[in-house]
Write a protein that binds this ligand. Structure first.
Ligand SMILES: Cc1cc2nc3c(=O)[nH]c(=O)nc-3n(C[C@H](O)[C@H](O)[C@H](O)COP(=O)(O)OP(=O)(O)OC[C@H]3O[C@@H](n4cnc5c(N)ncnc54)[C@H](O)[C@@H]3O)c2cc1C
Ligand SMILES: *[C@@H]1O[C@H](CO)[C@@H](O)[C@H](O)[C@H]1NC(C)=O
Ligand SMILES: *[C@@H]1O[C@H](CO)[C@@H](O)[C@H](O)[C@H]1NC(C)=O
Ligand SMILES: *[C@@H]1O[C@H](CO)[C@@H](O)[C@H](O)[C@H]1NC(C)=O
Ligand SMILES: *[C@@H]1O[C@H](CO)[C@@H](O)[C@H](O)[C@H]1NC(C)=O
Ligand SMILES: *[C@@H]1O[C@H](CO)[C@@H](O)[C@H](O)[C@H]1NC(C)=O
Ligand SMILES: *[C@@H]1O[C@H](CO)[C@@H](O)[C@H](O)[C@H]1NC(C)=O
Ligand SMILES: *[C@@H]1O[C@H](CO)[C@@H](O)[C@H](O)[C@H]1NC(C)=O
Length: 508
């Protein structure tokens, strides 16, 4: 078997005929060639050109590493069957690839850490997948770090660990740097430093014609602004320069509660969101409520982190005061903490669904109760893994963009928000539409009730949304208009709209 795979891998180096026969893809779903470009011919053209140039960086369905690459995703639904996978090692190779993709009119997808919960945002059936697994170099500077898009946040925290510093990024180990940074980025230090995008000093970008530009506050400042929350609409980022902060120690807490503490937990969540210190201790959290369909019990939990050594972390004292099933406090490093928080590849099929509200403990609690009852309606779904998540977007985080002279595309008001979310996992493809329908109906129902109460807000975070949601509809309309103008200026032929069409796109 191993010999056979090697033979196939070797055969692919010849670059002949592989991409032109997509019907032979193992386990492929139906490949259609609708729309403006011919998927089959475009991909075959691009795969053959890339293979001729970089034979050892192109993987075909017959190659040994194809399955590993085509399943490098958290959500099993993201597994698709690209005609070939290109793993560039440099920005110049990315630029060359874009030129060939455009010349061949080849549809393509781009993948960083593979965590986005939107099938087709980061993989493509029958097209070309560009993955950054071979581009994970970095350079630590005095108060910044240069990061290539193949890095995970654990890689970044590990690189900064010897210097006692950290960057503003993801809360779990294996989330990718590029996706999170381009869509916003919720960190453990959100209340003081804002979002990950607010801490990017410059971007190096491959544009839709294969040219390369640098953007910072003075060079191409309009593109610089658009990349702060605008996602994958403008180009491929090949390097991020991120601010770093001294953070030799963090104080952490893991608290698990039983169902009887759910109201107190909800109140602590809202109080934390509302507490708006002018000089906050940098802190953030992961707040979830799981529902066990066997025991029919909810279980709230907190992962809390703050800068410094105050133990237990003072920012979470309202949670610490609630009786819980288990509480583990520690003083540690960001690297050590992140090392324990993996989100494994191929975890399950999973559907996100989310909206925003201003904090109100009674209403949030009733939403949680409604969710719990609604989960019972789908409790026969095999492998059901229902979670209610609360992400907190404090007023102080919105103020960072308001006061740093740059801003971001969101244009959030100076008010605390709770981004409430259902994250629902399950096993079987046959249940996809059922779970999606359930999540959509429940989400829109609760959002509708919140609108009547005056508590709803339009903001939708790309990191928490389902693929059926439109985050751009919740941004300040003038900002969306400006993003379209910037897209027209930097990508006039629509490479990142028409050829790289997957994911949250600005639309027309
Ligand atoms: C388990 C889990 C935990 C999460 N935790 C957090 C969290 O703590 N904070 C938070 O803010 N969000 C979180 N998220 C959401 C997360 O930020 C998004 O899923 C994000 O897109 C992941 O980045 P990635 O590089 O892994 O994504 P990918 O899926 O690889 O990419 C996401 C999108 O970005 C595009 N893209 C990738 N690389 C580039 C590039 N170099 N240039 C241009 N476009 C590119 C892709 O084409 C795709 O459209 C979490 C998600 C999951 C599943
Ligand atoms: C796409 O290209 C293939 C191979 O050249 C061809 O057979 C097919 O007709 C084309 N389809 C369209 C819609 O142009
Ligand atoms: C395939 O995987 C092996 C082992 O993980 C790795 O050494 C090799 O470089 C990979 N090949 C490509 C083309 O990425
Ligand atoms: C857009 O496409 C036209 C026609 O192919 C080409 O001449 C032009 O150079 C392209 N412009 C950019 C910026 O890609
Ligand atoms: C804790 O809760 C009280 C009200 O019960 C509130 O005033 C305070 O701001 C909260 N503190 C934090 C850090 O959440
Ligand atoms: C639910 O509870 C049962 C019984 O205690 C346990 O065996 C199971 O692992 C729990 N499921 C989850 C997803 O935690
Ligand atoms: C839930 O937790 C509370 C407080 O710790 C405890 O008194 C109670 O017995 C627990 N209930 C169950 C069912 O475990
Ligand atoms: C607490 O932190 C120390 C120092 O980083 C680490 O060695 C230890 O494993 C941590 N303990 C727990 C329970 O996480």
């Amino acid at each position: 078997m191993r010999y056979f795979q090697q033979l196939l891998a070797f055969a692919s180096i010849a670059c002949i005929g592989h991409a032109s026969a997509p019907d032979t893809l193992a386990g492929t779903s139906v490949i259609t060639s609708l729309g403006a470009s011919n998927l089959t011919t475009g991909a075959a053209c691009a795969c053959n050109k890339l293979c001729a140039l970089y034979s050892n960086l192109v993987i075909f369905p017959s190659s040994a590493n194809y399955t590993e690459q085509a399943t490098y995703y958290w959500d099993v639904r993201a597994d698709l069957s690209p005609a070939c996978i290109f793993l560039p090692t440099t920005a110049n190779e990315v630029a060359t690839a874009v030129k060939h993709l455009v010349q061949c009119n080849a549809q393509f997808a781009v993948r960083g850490g593979g965590h986005m919960n939107f099938p087709g945002s980061n993989n493509i059936d029958g097209g070309v997948l560009l993955g950054f697994n071979n581009m994970a170099n970095y350079q630590v500077n005095e108060d910044t770090i240069d990061v290539e898009p193949g890095m995970t946040w654990y890689d970044v925290y590990s690189a900064l660990d010897p210097y006692g510093r950290t960057a503003i990024g993801g809360r779990l180990k294996t989330i990718g740097v590029p996706g999170l940074t381009l869509i916003g980025g919720v960190s453990y230090f959100i209340n003081k430093y804002g979002f990950a995008m607010d801490n990017v000093v410059s971007y190096e970008v491959v544009l839709g014609d294969g040219s390369q530009v640098t953007t910072d506050s003075t060079t191409n400042p309009d593109l610089f602004w658009a990349l702060k929350g605008g996602g994958s609409n403008f180009g491929i980022v090949t390097k991020f320069k991120l601010k770093t902060y001294s953070m030799p120690h963090i104080s952490t807490t893991i608290q698990v509660f039983n169902e009887s503490s759910t109201y107190a937990f909800t109140k602590a969540v809202c109080d934390w969101a509302l507490a708006d210190s002018q000089s906050p201790v940098a802190a953030g959290s992961v707040l979830t409520i799981t529902y066990n369909v066997t025991t029919k019990e909810m279980s709230p939990s907190l992962l809390g982190v703050q800068a410094g050594v105050s133990n237990p972390p003072s920012e979470f004292k309202n949670f610490t005061a609630i009786p819980g099933v288990s509480k583990i406090h520690n003083v540690t490093t960001g690297k050590q903490w992140a090392s324990t928080l993996d989100s494994p590849k191929q975890m399950f099929r999973v559907m996100f669904a989310h909206h925003s509200m201003i904090p109100d403990a009674d209403v949030l609690y009733s939403m949680i109760e409604t969710w719990k009852n609604a989960v019972e309606k789908i409790s026969d779904v095999q492998g059901l893994y229902p979670t209610f998540v609360a992400n907190i977007s404090p007023a102080s985080a919105a103020r960072v963009a308001k006061t740093n002279g740059i801003g971001n595309v969101w244009g959030l008001d100076d008010e605390p928000l709770i981004w409430w979310q259902f994250s629902t996992g399950w096993d079987l493809q046959q249940d996809d539409l059922r779970v999606e329908g359930w999540a959509r109906q429940l989400t829109e129902h609760l959002h509708g009730l919140n609108k009547h109460k005056g508590l709803a807000r339009d903001f939708v975070y790309m990191g928490d949304a389902g693929e059926w949601q439109d985050p751009f509809a919740g941004f300040a309309p003038a900002n969306v208009q400006r993003m379209r103008e910037i897209r027209a200026a930097y990508d006039p032929n629509g490479t990142f709209s028409k050829l790289n069409w997957g994911g949250f796109k600005l639309g027309y």
